[in-house]
Design a protein around this ligand. Structure first.
Ligand SMILES: [Zn+2]
Ligand SMILES: [Zn+2]
Length: 298
């Protein structure tokens, strides 16, 4: 085979792989391939599942144990098949269900030491006792670790918590990036998000809706600050600038119910992605608070 032939072959293989993924949609048998399911997203609770053929990771536990179980079961997933829980930061919309979930499932919970301290303090203040930390595993931002066959890389994000992180997950040749709760998109975060096949990114607020909206001035300042939440506009700037255009799917997440509207967020992302959007690339999905999203499978 000449170089040209092999290039042609590689391209056809790549295209057929993408097409078969696209046409199969949700038709892959459960447990096959790599998938992301956002169970809930927004200021009233965040939770998602990243899974490979053999490993299932719950990313944040911001909705109740009961609701997590309900949403997983509705999607045909068994909560008791979870391998681990990983936590981005200690804000209640990311850990509200953690204590009960960790006890019920008895799976390891991964977080940074500083996040654990802050979370333990909050639990002690609320219940009078620190959490049972039997199965806590600590990680450090920037250092990858392995859960089953999924390689997890935590990276620092700018947010007003003790030691907040985003994650990338790699398994079976697929890379998934998750970054919500960040005031802006620093170069280090943009680097971590390169070459992702699925991106779950915050599109928190529309700047004008936040400005004229119902929040007190101090909260508006917090949300819009460099350690607050990512606006539609800031995300659009990333899409129009450094973003490599690689993702098959982009999930807009952590949308504010007061200061954003799904159609506004989607339109701004679509405009910024411009001609990069195609049948096979940069399809945009919206994660919501009220119900789990259809799993994205690759
Ligand atoms: Zn937060
Ligand atoms: Zn949050």
């Amino acid at each position: 085979m000449t170089w040209d032939e092999s290039q042609g072959f590689a391209q056809r293989w790549w295209l057929s792989r993408k097409l078969s993924r696209f046409h199969s949609g949700g038709a892959y048998a459960a447990g096959m391939g790599v998938s992301v399911s956002v169970l809930a997203s927004g200021s009233r609770g965040n939770s998602a599942i990243v899974q490979s053929s053999s490993t299932r990771i719950l990313v944040d536990a911001g909705i109740s144990c009961r609701e997590t179980f309900k949403r997983m079961q509705a999607a045909g997933d068994d909560p008791h098949a979870l391998s681990a829980i990983v936590i981005t930061h200690e804000h209640s919309d990311h850990v509200a269900g953690l204590l009960v979930l960790a006890r019920k499932l008895s799976v390891p919970v991964f977080m940074t030491g500083a996040t654990h301290q802050a979370w333990s303090r909050a639990v002690r203040d609320a219940t009078g006792e620190p959490p049972d930390t039997e199965r806590i595993e600590f990680f450090s931002s920037g250092r990858s670790f392995q859960i089953g066959d999924i390689a997890v890389t935590p990276f620092t994000i700018p947010h007003d918590a003790a030691d907040p992180v985003g994650f990338t997950f790699r398994a079976e040749g697929i890379k998934i990036g998750v970054a919500t709760d960040l005031g802006y998109m620093p170069a280090s975060v943009r680097d971590h998000l390169r070459c992702c096949d699925i991106l779950v990114l915050e599109s928190n607020h529309d700047l004008e809706m936040l400005r004229v909206g119902p929040y007190p001035w101090s909260v508006k300042q917090r949300v819009g600050s460099r350690t607050g939440h990512l606006s539609n506009k800031a995300l659009a700037e990333f899409f129009a600038g450094d973003y490599d255009g690689n993702a098959s799917y982009i999930v807009l997440a952590h949308l504010s119910e007061q200061n954003n509207h799904p159609e506004v967020a989607k339109r701004e992302a679509e405009m910024a992605l411009g001609t990069r959007r195609s049948l096979l690339h940069n399809r945009i999905e919206l994660a919501t608070q009220a119900q789990a999203m259809q799993p994205i499978r690759l």
